[in-house]
Design a protein around this ligand. Structure first.
Ligand code: AP5
Length: 188
């Protein structure tokens, strides 16, 4: 199974991405988690990443690609992947599509999670783990960045006929059931 999670901050990409990965037995690759991990280890790259994450800005495409693409390629040997938070810009989407097509492993579905903006704000404010970028101001900026740079991917993937639109405002289990109902058909 090869799935890309698409949706605004707080829409449930991580929550549902983990569940999809577990159901279909493929690695869950979260760019945000990978970057936070690197920040936590205080490497030179981590220090660079931290500036972008703290501000809620996008990490530059070339740095993202250099950190993620090897993992995507390695996951292909394990049968596929769930990509969560990547691709996030058109250049990232084009680079990922090219690398995947070169080895005949293009994305089978893009799960697009739709949630009203006011629900997103509540979810980020209530998140237990207390991420530094969930403060009201940075969360608002992340949503603006999403709208400007990532929302256009909806058209990109719609044109490729692989968008699966899911209402992600119901409880987590209901959202998962709606996703699995579609992905099971693709997987079967
Ligand atoms: P990233 O970690 O990807 O953050 P994000 O996209 O802003 O998404 P979140 O993790 O906040 O939300 P989510 O959609 O995963 O929802 P979640 O399941 O956590 O990126 C962080 C930063 O890294 C970016 O700002 C950027 O700086 C950088 N970055 C990452 N990738 C990049 C890239 N490719 N290019 C450039 N820069 C990049 O759920 C949120 C909360 O809601 C949780 O508490 C959860 O329990 C709850 N929840 C989820 N679903 C439900 C539900 N159905 N009902 C009730 N509560 C729910």
């Amino acid at each position: 199974m090869r799935v890309i999670m698409l949706g605004p901050p707080g829409s449930g990409k991580g929550t549902q991405g983990e569940r999809i990965a577990s159901r279909y037995g493929v690695p869950h690759i979260s760019s945000g988690e990978l970057f936070r991990d690197e920040v936590g280890r205080q490497t030179e790259t981590g220090k660079t990443l931290q500036r972008y994450l703290d501000a809620g800005d996008l990490v530059p495409d070339d740095l993202v690609l250099s950190l993620i693409m090897d993992r995507v390629i390695a996951a292909q040997a394990e049968g596929g992947w769930v990509l969560d938070g990547f691709p996030r810009t058109l250049p990232q989407a084009e680079a990922a599509a090219k690398a995947a097509a070169d080895v005949g492993m293009s994305a089978q579905a893009v799960v697009y999670l739709e949630v009203p903006a006011e629900v997103l704000a509540e979810r980020l404010a209530d998140r237990g783990e207390g991420r530094a970028d969930d403060s009201t101001q940075v969360a608002r900026h992340r949503l603006e960045v999403y709208t400007e740079h990532t929302q256009p991917l909806l058209d990109y993937y719609t044109q490729r006929g692989i968008i699966v639109r899911i209402d992600s405002s119901p409880p987590v289990d209901e959202v998962s059931a709606a996703i699995f109902a579609v992905l099971d058909r693709i997987d079967g």
